[in-house]
Write a protein that binds this ligand. Structure first.
Ligand code: BES
Ligand code: MN
Ligand code: ZN
Length: 493
């Protein structure tokens, strides 16, 4: 998929040659000069005419008409050199890969000297590999007349200096994990039941040297997961509890648990969602998808940490057997819960999954969930909401999220909120104390089960799906947090 060549930029045979343009270039950059010469200085004219631009994010395409070996040139505007961060580079090259793929080319080459003055760092190469995976992803659809689409599947790096292509492959692994999450979130719930999700996770585990255990309904009953079972009660589909393990240390000690909400469809249950609010609820397993994707990336990048991926999977349905508001249930931890709202089901599934993580000896926990509509009101669709009982652990996740350009922002975890989830007159906890501060209260409910284990909660209800195309992907599921969660185990500490 990735190769290097030391050939001169005018001699590289490729369908699409990518060249970076900086604002301060003033036509004195070697690569540009070499190309400009091959074009009898006419690139300057195209720059002046505005057909090519060095402004950040502009992509300009020209046919080479045989003047160089490459068939087409794609110029990426990179803006001011000192402003080119890793995140800006990832987006700019991603946008370029996307347009090359759209133009129908399966292969491209990139001039490294036109982008970097020095041999690029691992982080920058990683970002290119990451962008290559993310931006060439296509949402799969069920159209009967779907035209055959080209996949941009090969990239040549043009550089005189020896490049560390394993860094590019590492980045590609992160992007691949996110693509897995995107694929899963995009699947409708009739095509992705809890059982299907478990089978899919099993395949991912087998392909990436991960251990996996899938618990069925009887085993879930034996463990006493009354909260997960309550959500599943109205369904004809059995629940699944998925445990994936990656061992990166000599011994299985102090594992970190990634815990995902896997509601394959959320009708709201008897606290039924309105007809407009129910559309799109196939995405309610976005947390679970991020966990599967992160575990895949972890299996491929092999960090020196022990990691468990834990998923509580079911749909939330209505029937004569379904759980109801006013019911009181017993969670695996022993804590009793008064159901005030069957649509606050995610925190119930997570309650048992987080308790299970602790029982399995998790030293640190991250839970990830499409938990509340409130987080969309608060932070929109670009920033993931967070809550934590441990600032140090949160800083690690935040650092990883910044590196991967998936911003997170923490809400306050104050005593007042913790008390509010304990306000039931009939049970230990109240699953829905009200609409005020609902993102915090939902998270605080989960926090009751994390207890004193360092814990970070991520609410991706706003960020799991994008309603339009963006630089690094198509409209639809984003696979958000799969990359961040995997990256969290690869920080230099
Ligand atoms: N899955 C929803 C949250 C959600 C809403 C995700 C919109 C994506 C888009 C969750 O289970 C839910 O229903 N939350 C309730 C919380 C309420 C009962 C306090 C909500 O958002 O209304
Ligand atoms: Mn719900
Ligand atoms: Zn839900």
């Amino acid at each position: 998929m990735f190769q290097q060549t030391q050939e001169n930029v005018t001699k590289v045979s490729t369908k699409a040659l990518i060249v970076g343009l900086f604002e301060e270039q003033k036509n004195n950059q070697t690569t540009y000069e070499e190309l400009n010469q091959a074009f009898d200085q006419q690139l300057d004219e195209l720059m002046q005419a505005g057909d090519l631009s060095n402004k950040y994010g502009k992509v300009g395409k020209i046919h080479t008409l045989g003047k160089i070996e490459a068939e087409r040139l794609y110029f990426i505007g990179l803006g001011k050199r000192e402003e080119l961060t890793t995140n800006r580079l990832r987006k700019a090259v991603g946008k370029t890969f996307q347009s090359i793929q759209k133009d129908g080319f399966d292969q491209a080459a990139v001039s490294i000297a036109s982008i970097f003055q020095e041999n690029p760092t691992e982080e920058l190469l990683e970002a290119i590999g990451d962008a290559f995976a993310l931006s060439t992803f296509e949402q799969s659809t069920c159209h009967t007349n779907r035209p055959e689409k080209t996949n941009l599947g090969s990239l040549k790096f043009i550089s005189n200096q020896e490049l560390d292509l394993s860094a590019v492959e590492k980045g590609y692994a992160y992007g691949t994990g996110a693509n897995t999450a995107r694929y899963l979130v995009n699947l409708p719930s009739n095509l992705l039941t809890a059982t299907d999700l478990a089978n899919f996770a099993e395949n991912i585990a087998n392909e990436n040297d991960l251990e996996i255990e899938v618990l069925g309904k009887e085993e879930i009953e034996e463990l006493g997961m009354g909260a997960l079972l309550a959500v599943n009660q109205g369904s004809n589909e059995p629940p699944r509890f998925i445990v994936m393990k990656y061992q990166g240390k000599e011994t299985w000690e102090n594992p970190t648990a990634l815990v995902g909400k896997g509601i394959t469809f959320d009708t709201g249950g008897y606290s039924l969602k309105p007809k407009d609010g129910i559309v799109g609820m196939k995405m309610d397993m976005g947390g679970a998808a991020a966990v599967v994707g992160a575990m895949e990336a972890i299996g491929k990048t092999k960090p020196k940490e022990n990691v468990m991926g834990i998923i509580a999977a079911t749909d939330n349905m209505i029937s004569g057997k379904a759980f109801k508001p006013d019911d009181v249930i017993v969670s695996m931890s022993g804590k009793t819960i008064e159901i005030r709202n069957t649509d606050a089901e995610g925190r119930l599934a997570l309650a048992d999954a987080v308790a299970y993580a602790r029982k399995e000896g998790a030293a640190k926990i991250v839970d990830i969930a499409t938990l509340t509509g409130g987080v969309i009101v608060a932070l929109g669709d670009k920033v993931t909401g967070a809550l934590t009982n441990n600032d140090e652990w949160f800083e690690e996740i935040k650092t990883a999220s910044e590196k991967m350009d998936e911003p997170v922002w923490a809400f306050p975890y104050m005593e007042h909120y913790r008390e509010e989830v304990r306000t039931s007159h009939i049970a230990d906890l109240n699953n829905s104390p009200g609409r005020k501060a609902q993102s915090i209260l939902a998270a605080a409910f989960v926090g009751e089960f994390a207890d004193d284990t360092p814990w970070v909660h991520l609410d991706i209800a706003g960020t799991a799906v994008s309603d339009s195309e963006y630089d690094l992907g198509p409209k639809g599921s984003t696979g958000v947090m799969a990359r961040t969660l995997a990256k969290a185990f690869d920080l230099d500490k």
